[in-house]
Design a protein around this ligand. Structure first.
Ligand SMILES: Cc1cc2nc3c(=O)[nH]c(=O)nc-3n(C[C@H](O)[C@H](O)[C@H](O)COP(=O)(O)OP(=O)(O)OC[C@H]3O[C@@H](n4cnc5c(N)ncnc54)[C@H](O)[C@@H]3O)c2cc1C
Ligand code: SF4
Length: 323
């Protein structure tokens, strides 16, 4: 039977208190929908959990006089998916939030927890007895990777749905930590290392996400999954497009479910060109080059690769034609 380990819980009421509570160790607890199942499987034994749910205004949504959307990291995905301002001006973000897991998850899960969720792998998201029988692995308690056997890094996959939609809208992350407040482009919050996939130091808290006005970008998020009612993306992508007559005036693509981090795809070669079979093939090759689908899920690698490449064509087609 999987049971939670013993830990104490602190419940700060401000971000400053949360940062000091974390200074001496401990792990952040938000909605718990990712962290608690992992702890029940023996993936981590923190002595202290710092519960962020009592911090005032941590889940606030506002739009500044400059048109910038500010999303508190404590916002639940249910509220994010249903907020009228987000749906009207940044619909891709609400769309991605609505596609995370199922309704009961979204009622508890937070934006911060979704972005910072752990990477996943068939050799990692298993019970203690299963992992011990398999000699553990280098992401946790072991020294070998079973996916890329000769590797000294972990290739566990990032399966968060919301990061790509924020990335294509040019979002930045606001982080509060022991050294104060800092901002960075959201794409720089992530690292391509399945065991260390976040650029956060001990004591750092993701406080908010800032999204500039959409200014002519139209965008959409799409994902492939086994069960539409609940599953993680086997492959997912957000596309933001600006069309100027018959030319692509701007194109941004971010992928998830394929690598240890959500990644932007280089699309510069397509800017200024029309969307044709030729440019579609250039884009497909760019997505293929950026993605690194490995045997980290039960679903086959070939299927996930093919579905990713099919989705990118379909999604750009849909935005290009407005259908
Ligand atoms: C059955 C199931 C299906 C799921 N399906 C999907 C899916 O389809 N798409 C998807 O994207 N995800 C999915 N998830 C993953 C996850 O549950 C959700 O993404 C959820 O958003 C996590 O948010 P949370 O608030 O519950 O995070 P928690 O579980 O509380 O935290 C997750 C991690 O983030 C850290 N963290 C939380 N908040 C912060 C912060 N503000 N600053 C720094 N670190 C922080 C925690 O320390 C922890 O390591 C699924 C999970 C399950 C169990
Ligand atoms: S990719 Fe390798 S090291 Fe990472 S979780 Fe899977 S088996 Fe472990």
């Amino acid at each position: 039977m999987n049971i939670l380990p013993d830990f104490r819980t602190l419940r700060p009421t401000s971000l400053a208190e949360a940062v000091s509570a974390l200074a001496t160790g401990g792990e952040i607890l938000a909605g718990g929908t990712d962290l608690l199942p992992n702890l029940r499987r023996g993936l981590g034994r923190p002595e202290t959990l710092v519960d962020l749910t009592a911090i005032s205004n941590f889940g606030a949504i506002s739009v500044g006089a400059d048109g910038v959307l500010r999303l508190g990291a404590g916002l639940t995905l249910e509220v994010l998916a249903e907020d009228e301002r987000v749906r009207a001006s940044w619909p891709v973000i609400a769309q991605a939030a609505a596609l995370v897991a199922g309704p009961s998850h979204r009622a508890a899960a937070t934006l911060g927890g979704n972005l910072c969720q752990d990477t996943r792998c068939v050799f990692y998201n298993q019970s203690e007895w299963w992992r011990s029988g398999n000699g553990y692995c280098l992401k946790y308690e072991g020294d070998k990777c079973h996916v890329v056997v000769k590797s000294d890094r972990c290739y566990a996959t990032y399966h968060g749905d919301i990061a790509p939609s924020l990335m294509v809208m040019g979002a930045t992350a606001e982080i509060v930590g022991p050294k104060g407040v800092r901002s960075l482009p959201l794409s720089e919050l992530f690292r391509e290392d399945g065991a260390q996939h976040l650029a956060l130091e001990q004591g750092d808290v993701l406080a908010a996400i800032l999204v500039p006005p959409a200014q002519g970008w139209v965008a959409a998020y799409t994902k492939a999954r086994i069960r539409d009612a609940i599953d993680f993306p086997l492959a997912g992508l957000a596309v933001a497009l600006k069309r100027d007559g018959d030319a692509i005036a701007g194109l941004r693509i971010a992928i998830t479910g394929t690598n240890s981090a959500p990644l932007m795809v280089a699309t510069d070669a397509l800017w200024g060109r029309p969307w044709t079979a030729e440019t579609a093939e250039i884009l497909v090759q760019a997505v293929r080059k950026t993605s690194n689908v490995l045997k980290t899920t039960l679903t086959g690698v070939k299927y996930r690769r093919r579905v990713l490449l099919a989705l990118v064509r379909q999604q750009v087609d849909a935005l290009w034609t407005g259908k």
